[in-house]
Design a protein around this ligand. Structure first.
Ligand code: SF4
Length: 444
């Protein structure tokens, strides 16, 4: 639960010494409550108050990192149940399960397919980050061999699963600087698994048959001083209900014992079931979802969904406002189209210009990330803004024809834009899908 300014004030020295840069301790407390300063700015705070404030200011779901340096993923840290309340913070990690029982051929194919799980959507590169390596064979040397192969041939972030503690330890030695996750700690091995995770600085994945069992195990790990924990709910039966319970208990009841990122491994042969279950779990708070096979078309909807859910609803996704060349190298006689810097608008218009097979200029105007009609209604896509963008991008010396194509939805601004710029304003199609026909007929 977030502390108020007054709660924080009660724990401060109350000397108003100003060393923190604020005129009073109360002003500092208010700024801290609004996350506008940090606790370390007060040099005189007691250790006791510091510990109390630090733990109270932690998010209700702990942020855990798997992986290291430039190949890592942050999970958890969420503060809301519904995206529209604020935003979701750390995108769900997606992964594929690799058994150490795979034949050499199967392993080669699977690695190739895994490495092809990369996607580009609205200008952002997405990939499937995680590999869960399972020691199905029970054989340490097989486990070590597959981990070595995967480490050398992929850029994955690893989760290791084995019932054999010495096999797990061998795997951790190979991945010693990778800060991977290990599983599963349950009531049969909790002490040994905790020691192993501590020794190798690994994230410890806890599992159990129900949430009560899991909470007891988490309690044991935390009281031993370790908090790098994830919770696997695969074994709990009603996974969806438990994912929701974990999130609600952590956020609404401040139940710290379940305030950790969650993980689910999905198995089965039915493609439809695999995808629908994955989508359900991503939407309902899973921090990690593991699928059995690296199949490109199965991951595409998951990556797309993840990207949609984990964008800040208060900040539209934008592209840089500037003059773009689309579909090849345009000349001074090529068409000049104009649109807004809302990412989805840009990535709808761009492929249609490419489809026209006519290299063109696309002037993207800063509309604060709003789409054409919304921006026009909010006066963010006006003749003045377009004229301003034309001057900034020096379009006058880029094209020789002095003709500008505007989206059909804002035909109403054509007169004023013409008066302002002195350019001939052509009203383009309302929908981007009409651009190829427009360029081939009206423009030509
Ligand atoms: Fe108060 Fe600490 Fe700021 Fe001094 S440095 S005014 S004690 S909050």
């Amino acid at each position: 639960m977030a502390l108020t300014g007054l709660d924080i004030y009660k724990l401060l020295p109350k000397t108003n010494c100003k060393k923190c840069g604020f005129p009073t301790c109360l002003a500092f407390a208010m700024a801290l409550a609004n996350k506008k300063t940090s606790l370390d700015k007060c040099p005189d705070i007691s250790e006791e108050s510091k510990v109390a404030l630090e733990s109270a200011s932690e998010p209700p779901i702990r942020t855990i990192t798997i992986g290291a340096e430039d190949n890592k993923i942050e999970l958890g840290g969420e503060t809301v149940l519904y995206r529209h309340e604020k935003t979701f913070v750390h995108p769900c990690g997606l992964g594929v399960c690799f058994s150490d029982n795979l034949s050499t051929n199967e392993l080669n194919n699977k690695i190739n397919n895994f490495n092809n799980l990369t996607f580009e959507r609205v200008g952002k590169k997405e990939r499937v980050e995680l590999i869960l390596v399972k020691n199905d064979s029970g054989d340490s040397s097989k486990f070590v061999n597959i981990i070595t192969e995967l480490k050398n041939r992929t850029k994955a972030i690893f989760i290791l699963e084995s019932k054999n503690l010495s096999a797990l330890e061998e795997g951790l030695k190979i991945l010693k600087d990778n800060h991977c996750a290990i599983g599963y700690a349950d009531s049969s091995n909790i002490d040994q698994m905790t020691n192993l995770a501590k020794t190798y600085n690994a994230v410890l994945i806890v599992t159990g048959d129900n949430l009560d069992d899991i909470a007891k195990l988490v309690q044991k790990i935390v009281s031993s001083g370790y908090r790098e924990i994830m919770i696997d709910l695969t074994r709990t039966g009603n996974i969806l209900e438990n994912l929701i319970q974990v999130r609600r208990l952590a956020l609404k009841k401040s139940y710290r014992l379940l305030g950790y990122p969650t993980m689910v491994s999905i198995t089965g042969d039915d493609d439809y079931d695999l995808i629908s279950m994955s989508i359900t779990y991503i939407e309902k708070y899973a921090s990690v979802v593991i699928l059995p096979e690296p199949i490109n078309w199965q991951f595409l909807p998951l990556v797309t969904l993840r990207q949609n859910i984990y964008t800040d609803p208060q900040k539209p996704v934008t592209v840089e406002p500037k003059l773009y060349t689309i579909g090849g190298q345009p000349t001074d006689k090529s068409p000049l189209l104009v649109t807004t810097n809302f990412s989805l608008t840009f990535y709808t218009v761009e492929p249609e210009i490419i489809n026209s097979k006519m290299p063109s200029w696309l002037l993207v105007v800063d509309s604060d990330g709003l789409s054409v009609l919304t921006a026009w209604a909010a006066e963010k896509f006006t003749p003045e803004r377009i004229f301003d963008a034309m001057k900034k991008c020096n379009v006058e010396s880029t094209v020789s024809h002095r003709k500008l194509i505007i989206p059909g939805y804002v035909a109403v601004m054509s007169g004023k834009l013409n008066d302002l710029t002195g350019w001939e304003v052509l009203v383009g199609p309302r929908e981007a899908s009409g651009i190829p026909k427009f360029l081939k007929t009206i423009w030509q």
